[in-house]
Design a protein around this ligand. Structure first.
Ligand code: Z16
Length: 833
């Protein structure tokens, strides 16, 4: 019998109970108890890690009581539930966030003081779960926070990678990857559920037969089986009783996996098979946009999808009953195409295991899934070779062929004689080696499709999914991304949160970010501006101190504008455009040392995919330019360059509050949304940006006069590309541009080596796929305007206040309400405290 999710007996929550009490006295008592009974330590011998674990368990205890209650309410009320299927969750540290959501940050801090604990040091001790690459994984984490906060019953399904995104070191200016051993010291936030486990099979062949009633039945005889074990993490909403479930799967060798069945007498073979099984959830693939197309990656995708769908079916049979109503109980959101195999897996389980006919199974499947696309870059669209699929998932290949056959029949009927269209829309790409187009599978198998920002959702309809849009326009939606203000304001910028609270009413705004509008009428108030500036300067001081202790760059928070670009390293994001601006300013200063310019600190952070040569070379270039500038006394009172190593959630939280200027300079039409842009702006940074992704909507909200816009529009980019773009003409037509690029290859930044950066410069001059040269002049002009405005503090502060005041739209609470109302059809299920 399947294990119940939680014990049914809820301990009475008396205020002084050591497991649930929220008073300072009970927190202190609980902390000492946990240190003793869980860590087995007393204060005098406790390590910093022991002290952290005791704090984590003290907080976790206080969540479990609400978690159990939520599970009970959701179960007994048969609540419609969203299942978020995502290969990535970039969660960031739990402790501070859970304290905020429980509403006990302050009392916990005071309890800590009375116990003589260093609260900040305890928070620092936490190893963050980096189970994602960047925007897509962090979005999933923000959505888990918001789902709980807006009280939508939800389960997040994913993979419990033993190694998350690599840790980045910088050695001699180059990125060096270190494996992320986040589980080394144990993870207090997860609860293993060894009894919630499912077999996942691979390989082998299928056998077709007919049952007594004459219906065709298929048996898949696999040749490998692994076991997926659930690890559950509670996700608490802000100021509510709702706690949702994040269920991550770990791959293990199945218990029944014995030498008899699989490897007669072959002891080493059996051990090898066990290792093979455990490899599946071992490591996160570190590529963001382009897919690697590796066999293990497909195994990972199928692994977590199969466990999740089996779990959903188990839950449905336990609570509701017959599978005919599966889609009424659940909606499953596909976070990109990584989980798209779920379409074939649900079909397989309904038909092969539950004897449902094709049409009924298809009806349920089509009404269960919704698909979010996150990219327009053609090289990032996931495809798998048919040969690999056949070897790994033979039954799913048959099902995909049948879905395709039926689907293409409807295309043919709709568009008589248009075989070119049929070939374009097919789930199989027949040009070159045959490949399965996962985006097409996701679209055909889903009730709704959405992009992640208004522009992106429009471009989807005219580019990568044009034919599908023409056929069923009613299924296409936009849901603009958002970020959680709990983590990205309250946790990371407590000074700003306190100031906002004075104007926007206690913590109303934390639940309803539109309340930030109350700041608007004070934007010109010198008193608020002065305090606003104090808050920003204090955050800049914190960052400057941290950077000086980690990497040694010294920045002046009083005089310098903090100009920050923090995101994955990618050519389309154009970190090199930023570098060209730095080089231009450097050259100007060298020509005129008395140039009365606004001092700037140029700060970067971001990881490059380990196999992405050009991105790694950009990191080396930034660090090389930094080395020269920071060591040149003629300029380093005016400009400094810093590369923050290991940009992750924790380090991001140090950057966002300290930014004066946020760099969002991707080539228009390439960044699906961006979410860092929102985090910076929410913390009072002004944006220099192109009309790309969510930048457009940010500018619409904050007002064009409070946003530094430059560069071509997506339409202009398209036209220029069609005309034939010649970067060479820009290089030769602009003396300053030529001299900046030439300086890169001059050897100045490379100890005389004129070859080191040659590939980067040559690529810009000859190909420049992301049109850096075409936008260079507009970018420089815009940067000059920015410096002028920064010189007028009252104007800058006013713009900064208005940016924050008008960021309400970009709360992930709004995004989740959009999904719930317009796509999922799910109502909140409020649970009180
Ligand atoms: C990713 O992080 C994104 C897209 C993608 O295809 C794969 C990964 Cl791992 C990003 C987008 O680049 C970004 O614009 C967007 O804001 C983010 O996904 C969340 O939607």
């Amino acid at each position: 019998a399947p294990e119940t999710e939680a014990p049914t007996e809820v301990p009475a929550a008396t205020p002084e109970h050591t497991r649930t009490g929220m008073s300072k006295a009970s927190l202190k008592q609980a902390y000492i108890d946990n240190l003793f009974y869980i860590q087995g330590r007393f204060r005098e011998v406790a390590t910093p890690h022991d002290l952290y674990m005791a704090a984590a368990f003290t907080v976790r205890d206080r969540m479990l009581d609400r978690w159990v209650k939520s599970a009970q309410v959701y179960k007994t009320s048969h609540a419609r539930t969203v299942c978020y299927l995502s290969a990535e969750y970039l969660l960031g540290p739990h402790l501070a966030n859970n304290l905020v959501n429980l509403g006990i940050s302050e009392v916990a801090r005071r309890a800590g003081e009375e116990l003589d604990l260093d609260f900040e040091a305890i928070l620092e001790e936490e190893e963050e779960p980096g189970l994602g690459n960047g925007g897509l994984g962090r979005l999933a984490a923000c959505y888990m926070d918001s789902l709980a906060t807006v009280q939508i019953p939800a389960i997040g399904y994913g993979i419990r990678y033993e190694f998350g995104i690599f840790d980045q070191d910088i050695q001699n200016g180059w990125q060096v990857e270190r494996s992320d051993t986040w589980l080394r010291n144990g993870n207090p936030w997860e609860i293993p559920r060894p009894k919630i486990s499912f077999p996942v099979r691979y390989g082998g062949h299928t056998e077709h037969s007919r049952d007594q009633a004459g219906r065709s039945r298929v048996r898949w005889v696999a040749d490998m089986v692994v076991s997926g074990v659930a690890f559950d993490t509670p996700v608490l909403g802000y100021g509510v009783g709702n706690v949702n479930l994040l269920r991550l799967w770990k791959a293990e060798a199945p218990e029944s996996f014995d030498f008899q069945v699989f490897n007669v007498g072959d002891y080493y073979g059996a051990v090898h098979a066990k290792i093979e099984a455990e490899t599946i959830s071992k490591v996160l693939y570190p590529n963001d946009e382009p897919e690697a197309g590796k066999e293990l990656r497909l195994k990972q995708q199928y692994f977590f999808v199969s466990c999740s769908i089996q779990d959903m079916i188990r839950l449905h049979l336990n609570t509701v009953g017959p599978l005919e109503t599966f889609h009424e109980k659940f909606v499953a959101q596909l976070n990109d195409t990584h989980p798209a195999i779920a379409v074939a897996e649900l079909m397989r389980l309904l038909m092969d295991d539950h004897a449902m006919p094709w049409d009924a199974a298809w009806d349920i499947t089509r009404n269960t899934f919704c698909y979010t696309n996150h990219t327009l870059l053609p090289e990032a669209l996931e495809t798998w070779s048919v040969a690999l699929f056949e070897r790994l998932l033979p039954r799913h290949l048959e099902i995909i062929y049948e879905i395709n056959r039926r689907f293409l029949d409807t295309v043919r009927v709709r568009y008589l004689g248009d075989e070119a269209r049929v070939a374009r829309m097919s789930l199989i790409d027949e040009t070159g080696g045959r490949r399965i187009r996962m985006a097409h599978l996701a679209v055909v198998g889903s009730r709704a499709v959405n992009g992640v920002a208004a522009l992106h959702s429009e471009l989807i309809k005219t580019t990568i999914l044009k034919d599908f849009y023409e056929m069923s326009p009613e299924r296409f939606h936009n849901v603009t991304n958002g970020v959680t203000p709990r983590r990205f304001i309250v946790v990371s910028n407590p000074r700003l949160a306190e100031l906002i609270t004075e104007f926007c009413g206690h913590d109303r705004w934390i639940r309803d970010l539109d309340c930030l509008r109350d700041l608007e009428e004070h934007a010109e108030d010198p008193a608020l501006q002065a305090r606003w500036r104090e808050v920003k300067t204090a955050a800049k001081q914190d960052l400057a101190l941290w950077l000086s202790q980690h990497g040694g760059v010294v920045l002046d928070p009083q005089t310098m504008m903090f100009d920050i670009q923090a995101k994955r390293m990618h050519e389309y994001k154009r970190q090199h455009l930023n570098v060209l601006h730095i080089i231009r300013v450097y050259q100007r200063l060298k020509q005129n040392p008395n140039l009365g310019m606004v001092p700037r600190a140029f700060i970067f952070g971001g990881k490059a995919a380990p196999g992405y040569y050009m991105a790694k070379l950009m990191i080396k270039l930034i660090n090389s330019v930094a080395e020269v500038i920071n060591n040149d006394p003629q300029v380093n009172g005016f400009i400094r360059v810093a590369f923050m190593a290991d940009f992750n959630v924790k380090n991001g939280q140090r950057l966002y509050p300290a930014a004066d200027l946020s760099e969002q300079i991707s080539l228009a039409g390439k960044e699906a949304s961006g979410t860092g842009n929102m985090k910076f702006s929410m913390n009072g940074a002004l944006t220099v940006g192109t009309l790309d992704g969510a930048n457009i909507e940010i500018r619409d909200e904050v007002g064009a006069e409070n946003f530094f816009l430059f560069g071509m529009t997506a339409e202009e980019v398209r036209r220029k590309q069609a005309e034939g773009y010649r970067p060479w003409d820009y290089y030769h037509g602009d003396d300053e541009l030529r001299s900046d690029i030439d300086l890169v290859t001059s050897g100045l930044f490379s100890h005389g080596d004129t070859n080191l950066f040659r590939p980067l410069a040559d690529h810009l001059i000859n190909q420049d796929p992301f049109m850096v040269l075409a936008d260079y002049r507009a970018y420089l002009n815009c940067q000059d305007r920015i410096s002028e405005v920064y010189d007028r503090p009252a104007e800058w502060d006013r713009m900064s206040i208005l940016n924050v005041a008008r960021m309400g739209k970009f709360s992930s609470d709004r995004s989740i309400r959009d999904y719930a109302e317009r796509i999922w059809g799910i109502e909140p299920k409020p649970i009180g405290i």
